[in-house]
Design a protein around this ligand. Sequence first.
Ligand code: PMP
Length: 321
Amino acid sequence: MAGTLAHTASLSQLQKPAWALVNGELVDYADVRIHISAEALTRALSVFEGIKGYWNYEGDVFAVRSPRRHYDRLCRSAALLRIPVTFGYAEFLAGLASLAGRLLVPGRDLWFRPTLYVTEGHWGEGTRADLVITAFTQQKDDPDPMRLGVSTWRRGPDVSLPARVKCSANYVVARLARMEARRLGYDDAILLNPAGRVAEATGACVVIADRGRVVTPPTGEGCLDSITVDVVEQICHQLDLPFERRPIERTELLSADECGLAGTITELTLVKEIDGFHYRQTGILAQVRKRYLEFARGAAVLPGVDLVPLNPVQAGRAAIR
Ligand code: PMP
């Protein structure tokens, strides 16, 4: 289907899947509960990840991208908020496989949202968290290039709400920015950092292509330490495209040849315009996007980037291929 909005992924949140996984146990989705006094609610204490699994082109192997990196980032976010993590990587991966075993359907990819909700404790005393994994099916359609606005809302500095921590609280400002953008008729917003340079979009990082170079801001500019951007970097190496991480000023963003948003759900989605400034589309980011999807669907290999089949039977088949 053409004409899909680039942000369709957010619509997946309106799905009501049959199952969720709570601390390793499959639970009826409608029965997942949290107490009103949990610190997850009273002090917004939850950290999460978004992990995407893809069917290969043949439709016989379902594999998740970079699950180890997501596990490690979840642990780092939790550690920074002093939330104990009581499960290892093997358990985490088994959890994804168990939920996929119930929710996976042929021809539809899955996006997993593992969240650590603080359910017990008070101001850091006796903190305990539940690991809840939910998953939502995803469309495979190509999104249309996006129209964005630069938000009046900004990413805060590291000393107030660190962008490096993937916690729900960070999405309060992102939500305001996205609502502002939608009100103005845009698909999404770009948030600047306190210094007025590019931080990130509401749920993805910003990548520009200018005069043959691919550039993205480093994490210290106020963006999440994006796993997708690391994949984009690998692709650029493979395609012999110079790749740089350095601050990007607003005028550089608006005058670049191309712009794209990179994130696990967003993959690498092209941007058509920002605040009425139109991009030229020189084909660089489209080339990177193409390779990204070939990789995700098992048709290209990227050194150092994992695509882990979830089902042991599929894993056996994948090894034979
Ligand atoms: N920034 C924000 C605010 C995000 O929510 C995401 C999506 N997780 C990203 C950047 C991109 O990160 P990743 O590539 O690891 O998904």
